[in-house]
Ligand binder design. Structure first.
Ligand code: 5GP
Ligand code: ZN
Length: 115
């Protein structure tokens, strides 16, 4: 499994940095974001070090689909009933800060939202 020794998310995969895991299999890991933007905010990552959405090919299509479907499943398991967002930031101008591909899935009540 390719792994970048300087990557914070590879360290989470390796157990060198603790995380609040919500799901794990041989390909994917999901854990709570350390600085949530929403009441429920999980990150879903491939265990293999893929830098960003700019680096994926057709070969990753099934893996990416699995990440999206898992996001919806986890929101349900975590009790989110009113909707949620799937977000991927890509590259410097896309607001990406951690250069190991990750899907943000955010849900829960938004007290600041109108209506
Ligand atoms: P980006 O801006 O790259 O899309 O998002 C990176 C996300 O990773 C941020 O929401 C940030 O809070 C989260 N994050 C960064 N370092 C850690 C960490 O060590 N543990 C966890 N659980 N989340 C992290
Ligand atoms: Zn990595």
């Amino acid at each position: 499994m390719s792994n970048d020794a300087n990557c914070i998310f590879c360290k989470i995969v390796a157990g060198q940095i603790p995380s609040r895991k919500v799901y794990e299999d041989d390909e994917l890991l999901a854990f709570h974001d350390i600085a949530p933007w929403a009441p429920v905010h999980v990150l879903i990552i491939p265990k293999r070090h893929i830098v960003s959405m700019a680096d994926v090919t057709e070969a990753e299509a099934a893996l990416l689909g699995k990440m999206m479907v898992l996001g919806s499943k986890l929101m349900k398991e975590l009790g989110v009933t009113g909707g949620f967002r799937h977000v991927v930031n890509t590259g410097r101008d896309g607001g990406q800060e951690v250069f190991h591909l990750h899907l943000h899935v955010m849900g829960g009540p938004r007290p600041w939202a109108k209506g």
